[in-house]
Design a binder for this molecule. Structure first.
Ligand SMILES: CC(C)(COP(=O)(O)OP(=O)(O)OC[C@H]1O[C@@H](n2cnc3c(N)ncnc32)[C@H](O)[C@@H]1OP(=O)(O)O)[C@@H](O)C(=O)NCCC(=O)NCCS
Length: 134
């Protein structure tokens, strides 16, 4: 069953400006080391698009959790990764994981599904949290 949905659209140029203005502080506040390594491995414009899609994913996930970036849910608690196939996944830790566990009914396990896309200058993410019988 579905227990949360969230979506977010980001202007890639806004992410670019924040990154230029705040430099390392921007990246280290929002992204985990693994996310930064994955995005930094992309060439040219694909790099900032990768950061923007992952930014949107975090906001979408925070909405699916029903909190936003509040109530102990922080940016780096929601880590984007990819399966070997390229499919995006999100790994939750800290306050986001606590919230996810609180949302999940007893006897179920949570699954965070994520889909990302970009078409310059926009990046978009969609997150669906479901609960499956253990
Ligand atoms: C929920 C949150 C993620 C919304 O993000 P936003 O970019 O400000 O706004 P968006 O236009 O994407 O989304 C707004 C909509 O989110 C939804 N929303 C608000 N609170 C929500 C919550 N707790 N759970 C789920 N959805 C929520 C609402 O539908 C809202 O629209 P409405 O007020 O007209 O009903 C925001 O509360 C938040 O925590 N933002 C942090 C942003 C931030 O820190 N930015 C700094 C950049 S470095």
């Amino acid at each position: 069953m579905i227990i949360g949905v969230g979506t977010d659209m980001v202007d890639i140029r806004r992410i670019e400006k924040s990154a230029e203005r705040f430099k390392t502080a921007f990246y280290s506040r929002i992204y985990t080391d693994a996310e930064r390594a994955a995005c930094d491995s992309r060439a040219g414009r694909k790099k900032i698009s990768a950061y923007a899609m992952r930014f949107a994913a975090k906001e979408a996930c925070s909405k699916a959790l029903g909190t936003g970036l509040r109530q102990g849910v922080f940016w780096r608690d929601m880590e984007n990764a990819n399966l070997p196939s390229g499919q995006p996944v999100m790994r939750l830790t800290g306050g986001a994981l606590e919230r996810l566990r609180a949302l999940t009914p007893a006897g179920f396990r949570p699954v965070v599904n994520v889909s990302l896309t970009d078409e310059y200058p926009y990046a978009l993410a969609f997150v669906v949290i479901s609960a499956e019988v253990e």
